[in-house]
Design a protein around this ligand. Structure first.
Ligand SMILES: [Fe+2]
Length: 201
């Protein structure tokens, strides 16, 4: 078994244990068991360095997923959607994702995207929106989540293991505190490689 296939199996076990109706709709779109892992080129990003240096808050359900993720962290195909023009260079130093399932992911799907979104400490993923219907499952750290795009709007703490739904085209934002944040992001509908609308032309 590769580190990715182990991570995939452990992640699916955790997701089935959560048994959330909103999440279950996404899990119905998982690729068939016959879907083979694709070989993707390894790439690391500055955000990876924060993960191994920190004690991460997890739940009992998300801990095995995080342990498997951290074991392979420097061997994954890390990527970023944004450039410095979008949210600045400082944001890019503490942001990245690994696509597990999707058109660019280890397990190919045009119907479902599952990615590990990582935000380094003291960073804000500013308000953005997309056509895809999205769920966040915070796995580790303290996910402070906001819906809307007004300055001063409330960020609500969503602990590891909770489900945060962002309907299609609804603005949302997430920020970390002094720990890095690892969120499993799920997309369905629309173009699963779409770059989010940041409100900038
Ligand atoms: Fe989103």
């Amino acid at each position: 078994m590769t580190k990715i296939s182990q991570l995939y199996e452990i992640t699916k076990q955790a997701l089935r244990a959560i048994d959330d109706p909103q999440l279950n709709e996404f899990l119905e779109l998982l690729p068939p068991e016959t879907c083979r892992e694709r070989d993707l080129p390894t790439r690391t990003l500055p955000v990876c360095d924060y993960l191994l240096k920190s004690d991460l808050t997890c739940s009992a359900t998300t801990r095995p997923v995080i342990d498997a993720f951290l074991e392979g962290v420097h061997g994954f195909a890390w990527d970023q959607t944004y450039t410095a023009e979008d949210f600045g260079e400082d944001f890019l130093q503490r942001y990245g994702w690994v696509e597990l399932v999707g058109e660019r992911g280890y397990y190919y799907s045009t119907k479902l995207l599952i990615s590990f979104l990582v935000i380094g400490p003291h960073n804000t993923y500013p308000p953005h929106r997309h056509v895809a219907d999205e769920n966040y499952l915070p796995l580790a750290g303290n996910a402070l989540c906001m819906k809307g795009r007004k300055n001063g709007a409330n960020y609500i703490l969503r602990p590891p293991g909770s489900i945060v739904h962002h309907p299609s085209r609804v603005w949302h934002s997430v920020r970390s505190d002094d720990q890095p944040l690892i969120v499993l992001a799920f997309w369905r509908w629309g173009n699963l490689t779409e770059k989010s609308d940041t409100g900038k032309p």
